[in-house]
Structures are given as structure tokens and as C-alpha cells.
Design a protein around this ligand. Structure first.
Ligand code: C5P
Length: 231
């Protein structure tokens, strides 16, 4: 599968969306709606994206008891989103309930699981009683999520190769933390260039600031598309 860009719509409300979508190359199909935007405007945040035939990555990072998550997945499926996130720390039953609910919805929505948030380090894991080395913990959770039925994983680009080696070509791998060579890293800690993320096995690159805060967002997006074309 050719790798694709997902634009992270990290904006406070839906009013900001049309200007962003209209300014970017039309070949960018995927947009990520996360907790900030969805908490502000709910499904209305998806309206403009649908009007423009864009595909939606709904990043709600669901984490609750299996029944509640399954019902939330069924509700999300009504909005025709392509990708929906859950937390793999919700456990095997919760992941399976989410994946089964997505299958039952029957409209192709795929469940992708977050392992350990990239904002957490080894010390933060120890604080919550997770004592394994962080990379082992991430692998354990990723394998659990895929074996329980998730379609893919959200991971750091630096973990993508390890997951590909362990899990093969089947699972979708979505990597944030993308920075073109020379770009401002901001608060991201574990970053990679677009080309190296794709070479490590990523199918989707989630990109926010390197495009949206560029002087010329369209040119920045075109340069990244060019960098990953043909990889
Ligand atoms: O601006 P930037 O390219 O860093 O945006 C990356 C996006 O990916 C943000 O929306 C951020 O919340 C999200 N994300 C992340 N790390 C994760 C999961 C999601 O950076 N592990």
C-alpha cells in the first residue's frame, strides 16, 4: 500500500476546517479529528470533510469497559469514519469488543490501537506500576491489540520497523511524530522524517504543525508528498 498523509486538525472548532482543507493539495484524502475538535463540535466537525469527500481518522482513543467501548464504536460507525482509535491498555476483551463492533457495522471502519502514549517515558510507566522496559511494553501491547482483532496500531516511527518485523505486512501502522529534515521539532520527542517513517513500514503519516504552521502549507504538503512518492 502506498503511504498516505493524514492531516492533524488540531484546531479549537470546526470553523477553521474549510480554510485548511481548501488550501491543501486535493490528493490529500485523510484528516484527523481529535478530542479537542470533537469535544467542541461533535459530529458537526466532520461535516465539511464529508462534503469534500475526505476520509476521516477519528482519534477518540476510547478506553472503557468492553460494552461501553463497543457501543461507542457502533455510534462512531454511523458517521462513516474510516479509522477510529482505542487504547490497547483497555485489554484484550475491550479490543475484541471494539473490533467486533466495527465489523458488525459493516461499513469498513477500521480500529487502530494506541500502545503507550509518546508523551510517556520509562519513569512515567514506573509511576503507574508498569515495570517492563518501555519498548517491551509497547511491543506486548501492540501484539495483544492485533491478536485481539485490531486492524492496526498508532506508533512512533521509531517503533514501526519492530512492529513490521513481528507482525508482518497485515496491520496498518500509523505514525505521528513526523518532521521533515530541518523542521522545528516542537514538543515531539521521538521524531523521524517522512521518508524514514515510510521506509520503516508506516502506511499513514499523521502530520500537523510541519504543514499547518508552515509559511506555505500547500508547498510544505507537496514537498512531503514528493518525498514519500514511490517509496
Ligand atoms: O503537529 P504534529 O505533527 O506534532 O501533530 C501530530 C498529531 O498526532 C497531533 O494531533 C498529536 O496529538 C497526534 N499524536 C501524537 N502522538 C501519538 C498519538 C497522536 O503526536 N502517540
Amino acid at each position: 500500500m502506498k503511504a498516505k498523509i493524514i492531516i492533524a486538525l488540531d484546531v479549537p472548532n470546526a470553523d477553521a476546517i474549510p480554510a485548511i482543507v481548501d488550501a491543501l493539495p486535493s490528493e490529500i484524502e485523510y484528516y484527523k479529528v481529535g478530542l479537542e475538535l470533537y469535544s467542541s463540535d461533535g459530529p458537526a466537525a466532520l461535516a465539511y470533510l464529508k462534503e469534500r469527500n475526505k476520509k476521516i481518522f477519528l482519534d477518540l482513543k476510547l478506553h472503557d469497559i468492553p460494552r461501553t467501548v463497543a457501543r461507542a464504536v457502533s455510534s462512531a460507525a454511523k458517521h462513516n469514519v474510516q479509522l477510529l482509535t482505542i487504547h490497547s491498555t483497555g485489554g484484550k476483551e475491550m479490543i475484541k469488543a471494539a473490533s467486533d463492533a466495527a465489523k458488525e457495522a459493516g461499513n469498513g471502519m477500521q480500529i487502530v490501537a494506541v500502545t503507550i502514549l509518546t508523551s510517556m517515558n520509562q519513569q512515567n510507566l514506573t509511576e503507574i506500576g508498569m515495570n517492563k522496559p518501555i519498548t517491551e511494553q509497547i511491543m506486548t501491547l501492540g501484539e495483544l491489540a492485533i491478536s485481539a482483532g485490531a486492524h492496526g496500531l498508532v506508533c512512533s516511527p521509531l517503533e514501526a520497523q519492530g512492529f513490521r518485523n513481528k507482525l508482518g505486512l497485515g496491520p496498518i501502522l500509523i505514525t505521528p511524530g513526523i518532521r521533515p529534515a530541518g523542521a522545528d521539532v516542537g514538543d515531539q520527542k521521538r521524531v523521524a522524517t517522512p521518508a524514514s517513517a515510510v521506509q520503516a513500514g508506516a502506511n499513514f503519516l499523521v502530520i500537523g504543525r510541519p504543514i499547518l504552521e508552515a509559511k506555505d502549507p500547500k508547498a510544505s504538503a507537496m514537498a512531503i508528498l514528493e518525498e514519500i512518492r514511490g517509496l
